[in-house]
Design a protein around this ligand. Structure first.
Ligand code: NSP
Length: 217
């Protein structure tokens, strides 16, 4: 019998396919993504990660098993440090913007609400696509690109397609699956909704970067 993650991954496969097909990802893979769009993304992602780090710490605080707590606290520091270093490599200080785009604001606010006001199970499900989708996209690009030696975005691709990130994703999946074993039907439904919504927000995050989303007023 398949576990919770396998089922929800299958149920949301259409979202992942749309992310893979998105012009942001296709052009990133080809190395043709305009630099201003990539920088817009990296800048928004730096804002996103500084909040996401707090969300992971909050999830860790809520865990009952100390190993799970440790995992999320490590994830909040370790992985994010790697990503921040990656961002600093790409970011030109002059273009740093401090204002979150609408979608960035929406995504971080949503995750923060899930981590602070919902059950641990729902919080786990909400943060999981941030792990799994990036790994799947990293792996997808690594498997399909033909320009590994001259893609200006290769460092980004390697970070998410790499083994270190895969290990961390595996642990996040295992912890979340473990919390579904005794979960009620209602709780599983809520977890499904949270995973699906966060997956859609992942698509929206790339789309908003591609369009250099601005506030309407
Ligand atoms: C928006 C977003 N989602 C996920 C990741 C991968 N941690 C990220 N860097 N940015």
């Amino acid at each position: 019998m398949s576990n919770w993650y396998e089922k929800i991954n299958l149920k949301t496969a259409h979202i992942l396919e749309q992310i893979k097909a998105h012009r942001f990802i296709q052009e990133l893979m080809a190395g043709t993504l305009p630099k201003d769009i990539f920088y817009f993304y990296i800048n928004q992602d730096a804002i996103y990660l500084s909040e996401y780090k707090k969300v992971l710490a909050q999830i860790g605080i809520k865990c009952y098993d100390e190993n799970d707590t440790q995992f999320f606290l490590n994830a909040a520091t370790g992985i994010i440090n790697v990503e921040n270093a990656l961002h600093q490599n790409f970011l030109n200080q002059e273009i740093i913007k401090n204002e979150a785009s609408i979608t960035c604001e929406l995504y971080i606010s949503y995750l923060s609400r899930m981590a602070h006001t919902k059950s641990l199970e729902e919080g786990l499900a909400a943060v999981l696509p941030c792990f799994t989708i990036y790994q799947q996209i990293g792996d997808y690009i690594l498997a399909n690109q033909t320009n590994k030696n001259n893609n200006p975005y290769q460092d980004w691709i390697n970070t998410y397609g790499g083994e270190a990130f895969a290990n961390s994703v595996k642990s996040a999946i295992e912890i979340t699956n473990k919390h579904t074993i005794k979960a009620s039907h209602e709780s599983i439904n809520n977890m499904n909704k949270a995973f699906e919504k966060a997956s859609k927000l992942e698509w929206m995050f790339w789309d908003s970067a591609y369009n250099k989303e601005s506030w309407k007023i």
